[in-house]
Design a protein around this ligand. Sequence first.
Ligand code: ADP
Ligand code: MG
Length: 406
Amino acid sequence: QTDVLNAKESLSEFQPADLRNKFLELYHQEPLVVRSPGRINLIGEHTDYNEGFVMPAAIDREILVGISSAQGPKATLYSVKHDETVTFDVNNPEKVENPAWANYLLGVVRQFVDKGYDLKPFHAIIGGNVPTGAGLSSSAALECGFAFAVDQLHGFQVPKLDLIHMAQWAEHHYVGVKCGIMDQFSSMMGAAGQAFVLDCRSLSYRYFPVDLKDYTIVLCDTMVKHSLANSAYNTRRSECEKGVAILKEHYPAVRSLRDVTADMLQAHRDEFPGKVYDRCIYIVAENERVLQASEDLAKGNLNAFGQRLYASHDGLSRLYEVSCLELDFLVDEAKKFGGVLGARMMGGGFGGCTINIVKKDRVNEFIDTLKAAYQHTIHREMVGYVVALKDGTSIVPLTAKEPSLL
Ligand code: ADP
Ligand code: MG
């Protein structure tokens, strides 16, 4: 496999104070600062667009947005990472050819305009330390952080659920990625120390504490993204739809794979062409695993939880076929390493990160071992991050200036 699109930058430790300083330097004004986290998904992969269940949580890697009113007639967006400014009319935010990052934000502004909010020109700057394209959803963090910042600056008090949909709209219509709702939902609604099970059909959700005792969550970034990812995503979506169409003939109440059981699939196995049966059986099993995994965590049964992660990976790799050499390699290495309860690929697949439940006192050894093995066999650098679960999108309280000692 040689179609590796990009090796990603390693993490910079960009902090709210850095963003504020940049804002002061550019606009000589005190900004309102908003943080919006990236997210992980503990289990429940490719289930969102099948109206099933996912188990995401917001993490301690975040996009930061600084914003204040502008004096002139135009609004500006500045990306610290790209060191670029985009100027636009707040009442007519058009999609742009370049730079790509601006469309995530312009799409959000378009939603405020279309919904009749009276926007005033502003300066906004964007920074942060969510690695991009690693499956941690920097794009949703960006949209959500910015939507919340625009709302707070104007005092509109748009409900968070509406902001989530506005963020998703921006990604669909200004970026052109037909994402589910999980990413925006997780970034906006996360809670410290907690994950939640989200029902992607009704959008009902239930928080629960994630107490991993002597274990912690480690992400291993393959640093690859194979070009197959987008086309495979679309093919999988249509394979799932095909499966639903076949089952509908027999069970008219079936609207999505969410409504299907393994027995129903088994009873009509001969009717499924090509790989459609394997795709469907994976989705049905994965939905079941999410619900069982939340019970495992509630009971503190971490071994069972870890085994479900391995089972999820196995299904994604063999039945759903969205893994790749690099992801399979890292999951196999994790399995070989003592002190890991479970591991699996996370996100759409064909690259990005694996998620691993690792014994706290062995984390450094774990990362070093996998790094060395990855370098030796894949000839590429792996990056490991330990993540903690954090609150969703919120204002950063910046400490007031020290009173001068006159
Ligand atoms: P991910 O899996 O991280 O969401 P995407 O390809 O969906 O990957 O989104 C990544 C894109 O989001 C980047 O290419 C960039 O356009 C935008 N983005 C992410 N983080 C930043 C940032 N800190 N500053 C500016 N743009 C960003
Ligand atoms: Mg994204």
